[in-house]
Design a protein around this ligand. Structure first.
Ligand code: ADP
Ligand code: MG
Length: 250
């Protein structure tokens, strides 16, 4: 993981964020963000609430455009509409149809991605099993708990087997047992070639990522593997390291 604000070497990464600023009205929320994500890795953006994580992953997913700077994903400059099929995006707030059943929600998204009838049926079964919701397929989503909605959103992000997954706080409200199984699945996916970005404000979750970008007040204050980040800060914990880099950036 290297910053594009520094040296660039080797093959193009799966995702490249280069000198990205984002301004809403008069308020700048992202400042000169640069990071590369190699193929088949899990990158976490770690930062407190309001630091700019959601804004950043929306730019990477092509849901919004940067004010300055570039985002490349699979060698395409984002945002680009027909990249939707290549990305599984899970928003921080669940975008589900409450009046519909889980199955109908999955059908809707599967048809959007033009999955064939047989594949659609098979994928719906697979993803619902994965998030442990197989028994709740016929239930209206408005009757789901918060954690169940998160799990269904994850299932939807996975339905078309995209090469890139972008998950905004995917495990919020999910119990520890299921959280572990979600992480096992993320590892499995990354080992089989999927590139994954997640956001989190939870340290133990950040610890599980291959690479981390620490974000504070819209700035990337450090990036690298959790091990490297702790070592360079002479810290035993990521929390300590975060405070170290945050202080150094002031
Ligand atoms: N559409 C918007 N218009 C104006 N300000 C926004 C908008 N979206 C986000 N922000 C602001 O950008 C900052 C970063 O927000 P966000 O990216 O949601 O952070 P995080 O996901 O880390 O909690 C916050 O101050 C938030 O209020
Ligand atoms: Mg957010």
């Amino acid at each position: 993981m290297t910053s594009t604000n520094g040296n660039i070497a080797g093959n193009p990464p799966c995702i490249r964020v280069s000198h990205v600023d984002k301004v809403f009205g008069k308020k700048q929320v992202l400042f000169d963000i640069g990071i590369d994500v190699p193929y088949s890795r899990i990158l976490g953006f770690l930062g407190p609430s309001g630091s700019g994580k959601t804004t950043l992953v929306k730019l990477i997913a092509g849901i919004d455009a940067s004010t300055r700077g570039d985002v490349y994903l699979l060698d395409e400059k984002m945002p680009k509409l027909d990249m939707m099929s290549k990305i599984g995006y899970m928003a921080q707030s669940d975008a589900l149809y409450g009046e519909l059943t889980a199955e109908e929600n999955l059908q809707f998204f599967a048809s959007m991605y033009r999955l064939s009838g047989t594949r659609r049926k098979q994928r719906i079964e697979e993803v619902m099993q994965l998030v442990d919701l197989s028994g709740h397929l016929k239930k209206q989503v408005k009757l789901y708990s918060g954690g169940m909605k998160r799990r269904l959103s994850l299932a939807i992000a996975l339905i078309h087997e995209p090469p890139v997954l972008i998950l905004d706080e995917p495990t919020v409200g999910i119990d520890p047992v299921l959280r572990r199984s979600v992480w096992e699945e993320l590892y499995k996916l990354s080992r089989s070639g999927t590139t994954i970005i997640i956001t989190t404000h939870v340290m133990d979750e950040a610890e599980k990522c291959d690479g981390l970008g620490m974000i504070r007040d819209g700035r990337l204050i450090a990036s690298g593997s959790p091990e490297k980040l702790k070592k360079a800060a002479s810290s035993d914990t990521l929390e300590e390291a975060f405070l170290f880099y945050g202080g150094a950036a002031r």
